[in-house]
Design a protein around this ligand. Structure first.
Ligand SMILES: Nc1ncnc2c1ncn2[C@@H]1O[C@H](COP(=O)(O)OP(=O)(O)OP(=O)(O)O)[C@@H](O)[C@H]1O
Length: 298
């Protein structure tokens, strides 16, 4: 579990992270979402002691990262896949981590296999790796100590579709075995597919957080019928506004039970009645509108 409490980071009068608090729970994948410059990387750097917070604390399993005696055994970190020594081979980088953490030598080959780097690739210098290969190596280095917590900044960057699917399955399995995964992304679809919980940040402040189902649920009702005109007027008589979508369905903010009742009383047979899920993209653009460079209107 990661507990972030009141974390603030100011740079000469500019507040990059402003009183951020959230919990990433064990057994769950927590997606940390926000537009460019929102403060995701700064918050993650603070978590692992690379940037000093102006205020606030971050603990993992109750302790500060900097106080962990052998941090790689407890927290796996991938902040910047290109930050590895370009002159070392992939195998050397994992071997350094293995020696440093006091792990058996066999862990290196195990990890290369987990991230699908071939022996030939592992013997090439990292400076010649593609971005996707660096991400794979970075994930291997994060996982090598079999930690309980994973902190990954944009891990899907540079991965091909098969690589993204592989990473998704890997992180899902990791969380299902009780691990805590915090991953930042601005790839909304990725977060929508993989995350159990979502923390959204804009301009350094948390704008929304909760389980994915809570956040994306309850945006109104979608209804279909051969007689939508009659239903529309029955709803409008009791003050419920509706809109017709291009696909022929009717949308309203009222909840499904009320719409169903009105339809029954009006004698309108429905072919579909369901809660409308808010799309993550719409929600993201709306909640982070003030920090979007391109404005909020899609
Ligand atoms: N060392 C620093 N000095 C001054 N400002 C900084 C420093 N580090 C980060 N910032 C600023 O803090 C803000 C948050 O940056 P951060 O890298 O945390 O954003 P991010 O959400 O990770 O963005 P991205 O999705 O683009 O990676 C930005 O405005 C950035 O310019």
């Amino acid at each position: 579990m990661i507990t972030v409490e009141g974390v603030t980071k100011s740079y000469k009068g500019f507040t990059a992270v402003d009183d951020v608090s959230f919990v990433a729970r064990s057994g769950r994948v927590t997606g940390f979402l926000g537009p460019n410059g929102a403060g995701k990387s700064t918050t993650m750097r603070i978590m692992v002691g690379l940037t000093r917070a102006t205020a606030g604390t971050v603990t993992m399993g109750g302790r500060n990262y900097v106080d962990l005696p052998n941090p790689g055994l407890e927290v796996g970190v991938l902040l910047d896949a290109s930050a590895q020594h370009a002159g070392r081979t992939g195998r050397e980088i994992l071997t350094v981590a293995q020696l440093y953490m006091g792990l058996p030598r066999s862990r290196v080959d195990e990890m290369l296999e987990v991230v699908s780097l071939t022996p030939t690739e592992a013997s090439r210098r990292v400076g010649n790796y593609s971005l996707g290969m660096r991400q794979r190596l970075g994930i291997a280095a994060a996982l090598i100590g079999d930690p309980e917590v994973l902190i990954l900044d944009e891990p899907a960057n540079g991965l091909d579709p098969a690589g993204i699917r592989w990473m998704r399955d890997l992180l899902r399995g990791y969380a299902d075995r009780g691990g805590t995964v915090l991953l930042s992304s601005h790839l909304l679809h990725e977060i929508e597919v993989i995350a159990d919980d979502i923390v959204m940040i804009g301009n350094g402040r948390i704008v929304s957080q909760g389980s994915k189902s809570e956040l994306l649920h309850g945006a109104g009702t979608v209804v279909r019928s051969a007689d939508l005109g009659l239903l529309q007027s029955a709803l409008s008589e009791i003050g419920i506004a509706t809109t017709r979508a291009g696909d022929g369905s009717l949308h309203t903010d009222a909840d499904t039970s009320l719409v169903g009742k009105v339809a029954l009383e009006a004698g309108v047979a429905l072919t579909e009645l369901r809660t409308e899920d808010a799309g993550l993209e719409d929600m993201f653009l709306e909640l982070t509108a003030t920090s979007q460079r391109e404005g909020a209107t899609p």
